[in-house]
Ligand binder design. Structure first.
Ligand code: ADP
Ligand code: MG
Length: 697
């Protein structure tokens, strides 16, 4: 029997109707899918609690006692049944909202039951809604040890598919399986990583025989998940290293050298030097470079990009830089203009709002090779944009770009250009290995000297007076301030209303200063105008939505106020904070929330006020949200379907899986040995065209 071809509806207890719900709700289609619906936690059923011990910290408990009486309230579908239950140490109410008649008929007063459920406190009384009740037989007959708990959805529960029912179905599934489940890893991997066999692991995941067997089973399943992702990546990377030849940037010439001697306004940080060396080495190697450059906001990535583009130019190649927004593109264009002033080279800007006439001139200049460096938005990947000899591509703030857009860049020359992806959203190393496993990663882990870390404060929204006074002092001292209003996802209209009200309010509060505003629905030319005002300090306060989140650089701005900060994720808050602290002055970021906030929000505020380190923030973000939510992973185009492993928490397993995948790929790159056939089959099963994504990252 192939568990991945056995329809879930044939599992006893499922049937066509429930199968449909399982398909729709949690995408379970086959017996194999069902077995991989892993428990999210386990409950120790060997322990029976007393009612007087119950406290808030208990998620699920087991009690032993008797029902003293039933009582019912309401009529029809509103009917609610309450059973008063005692074990001699106290009373607790058992409550049913559904199936009340059935329950009443089934359970008897004064008979001994073992009860299992989740206690909650209501009006000072403990109760358990929809508990499980089993007649107490004797000690030996009780369910013992660890019991698996399964995630279920609202709709599943409405069809009586609760955790207990899922457990029963999985038990039935095991009943159908006559032979041992076949191994899904090759024997050499199983023994090298000292793994529990697949069948035993599967059984112990669902029905743990002991805590230590459960641990081994979990290790095995986590390893397997991470191993196949790594094997995929490692194989692809080695394949590509064979196949993809890159342009050779053999020398460093006049452009680079004269820039270094005459234009460079400040010494490079050690981290910048190191990264440039790494890129130098890659681009001279004859292989095509695919490199991710991570550096916190303000760490000086742009300068690295400029210098590498000059190396490309020294070797006769054009380069381009792609930014996610027009504002950013034109800021880069200005920066390039300043940095490269006096040098004999031509830089152009191409965005969606470039006029047709200009556009034609640029197209011609690119084709003839007169233009050396092109800066732009996604406008530069349009088919009409053809280069004479594109050799180096920089993508800024990569997570804003879809995979398809990036893919188009590859067609701009007969060989793929070297690609440098820059991001200020630090991706923890473990996740980078999982998602961008075949990209080489460089890190700028040092800010230019003289920067003072931004001070971050959390304030409640009732206490604005003091904050405004503070902003006033900062502006009087010559600084500027941002005030950011949140994006309200459900409605762009509301969003603007929110911003508009904020704008009016701020203007009233600061009549002595000039206030400008910016939002995503303004025309690029309007945004440019607002930006210009702010850059020139014609406006002292900018009221904005999150459009300023990435990249905008106004070193004189020293205050970032984030309204309704509870609506933002950690990475976004950190990005916004990165807009200040770019000059020599002490800067401040003020997070404003209501007084009443969830514990999750409080945690985020604590993390923000406690750390300026993008990596710390990103790790924390990942832990709070889980990797599936992380910006970039969904768009990265790989199936990122981790059911049991967590790339952060299970980093040791991840590294081990990587090692073994590397060894294996070295020994048997094509997976030709008979014992590796199973690996090939699993790779195929796990995901058709997974190889493609790496190509275009
Ligand atoms: P990022 O893109 O990494 O957020 P930028 O490249 O915009 O950072 O750099 C932020 C600021 O720091 C810019 O004003 C830049 O000119 C300046 N800068 C870059 N490198 C250095 C350095 N080595 N020393 C001093 N200032 C630097
Ligand atoms: Mg930048």
């Amino acid at each position: 029997m192939n568990i991945f071809q056995t329809d879930i509806k044939f599992v006893p207890g499922v049937g066509p109707k429930r199968a449909e719900i399982l398909n729709k709700e949690i995408s379970l289609f086959t017996l194999g899918d069902l077995l991989r619906w892993y428990p999210y936690r386990y409950i120790d059923r060997s322990r029976i609690y007393y009612i007087h011990e119950i406290d808030n910290s208990m998620a699920y408990i087991q009690l032993k006692g008797k029902i003293t009486s039933f009582e019912s309230f309401g009529e029809g579908h509103r009917r609610r049944l309450v059973a008063h239950f005692t074990d001699g140490t106290g009373f607790i109410d058992l409550i049913w909202f559904q199936g009340t008649r059935f329950i009443e008929g089934k359970y008897k007063v004064n008979q001994e039951y073992v009860l299992f459920g989740k206690p909650s406190l209501f009006n000072g009384r403990w109760n358990i809604a929809h508990p499980e009740l089993d007649p107490f037989m004797d000690e030996s007959d009780r369910p013992e040890g660890l019991m698996a708990m399964y995630n279920t959805t609202e709709s599943m529960k409405n069809h009586h598919l609760n955790s207990r029912a899922m457990q029963k179905i999985i038990e039935n599934a095991f009943g159908m399986i006559r032979e041992r489940l076949p191994e899904t890893l090759s024997p050499d991997v199983v023994s090298e990583a000292k793994l529990m066999p697949f069948h035993d692991a599967m059984e112990n995941i669902h029905f743990p025989k002991s805590p230590s067997l459960l641990r081994d089973a979990e290790y095995r399943m986590k390893f397997e998940e991470l191993f196949y992702i790594q094997l995929n990546i490692v194989r692809y990377a080695s394949e590509r290293k064979e196949k993809l030849k890159g342009f050779v940037f053999g020398k460093v010439g006049d452009y680079f050298n004269s820039f270094y001697r005459q234009n460079l306004p400040f010494p490079l940080t050690d981290a910048q030097k190191r990264v440039i060396r790494e890129i130098r080495k890659d681009t001279a190697s004859g292989k095509q470079m695919n490199r991710l450059l991570q550096g916190d906001v303000g760490s000086g990535k742009t300068l690295v990009a400029i210098m590498c583009m000059l190396i490309a130019l020294d070797n006769g190649y054009q380069s381009c830089l792609m930014a996610p927004t027009e504002i950013l593109a034109s800021q880069h264009f200005d920066t390039f203009g300043e940095m490269l002033s006096g040098m004999d080279l031509r830089v152009e800007l191409l965005t969606g709002s470039t006029k047709r006439k200009e556009r034609e001139v640029i197209h011609a200049g690119l084709q003839s090779g007169e233009i050396d460096i092109l800066i732009g938005t996604h406008a530069l990947i349009e088919g009409t944009v053809q280069f004479h000899n594109l050799g180096f591509v920089v993508i800024d703030e990569q997570h804003r770009f879809g995979v398809m857009q990036r893919a188009k860049l590859w067609t701009k020359n007969d060989r793929p250009p070297h690609v440098l992806v820059m991001t200020a959203t630090p991706i923890p190393r473990t996740l980078a290995m999982t998602v961008y496993g075949d990209l080489d990663v460089s890190v700028i882990d040092e800010l230019p000297p003289g920067r003072k870390p931004v001070q971050t404060l959390h304030r409640y929204d009732k206490k604005r007076g003091a904050l405004y006074q503070f902003i006033r002092e900062q502006i009087r001292a010559g600084r500027q301030a941002y005030i950011v209003y949140p994006l309200i996802e459900e409605s762009e209209k509301l969003d603007l209303k929110n911003l508009e009200e904020g704008y009016l309010h701020i203007r009233e509060a600061f009549p002595e200063f000039s206030v400008c505003k910016m939002h995503g629905r303004m025309k690029p030319s309007e945004k440019d105008e607002v930006m210009r005002q702010f850059v020139l300090n014609e406006a002292q306060i900018m009221v904005s939505t999150t459009v300023i989140e990435v990249g905008v650089n106004v070193p004189n701005a020293s205050v970032m106020v984030i309204e309704s900060a509870q609506r933002f994720g950690l990475s976004q808050l950190h990005q916004l904070r990165g807009r200040v602290g770019r000059g020599a002055e002490q800067s401040y970021c003020v997070l404003i929330t209501p007084y009443e906030i969830s514990s999750d929000t409080r945690k985020r505020m604590e993390i923000m006020t406690g750390s300026n380190d993008g990596f710390v923030i990103a790790e924390a973000d990942l832990k709070l949200r889980g990797p599936g939510d992380l910006e970039g992973t969904q768009q990265s185009g790989i199936p990122f379907d981790l059911r049991i492993a967590d790339p952060v928490k299970d980093s040791n397993i991840l590294f081990r899986a990587r090692e073994i995948a590397e060894d294996l790929t070295e020994k048997d790159p094509a997976l030709e040995q008979p014992e590796h056939l199973v690996l090939k089959q699993q790779l195929d099963r796990l995901g058709g065209n997974r190889y493609e994504w790496g190509r275009i990252s």
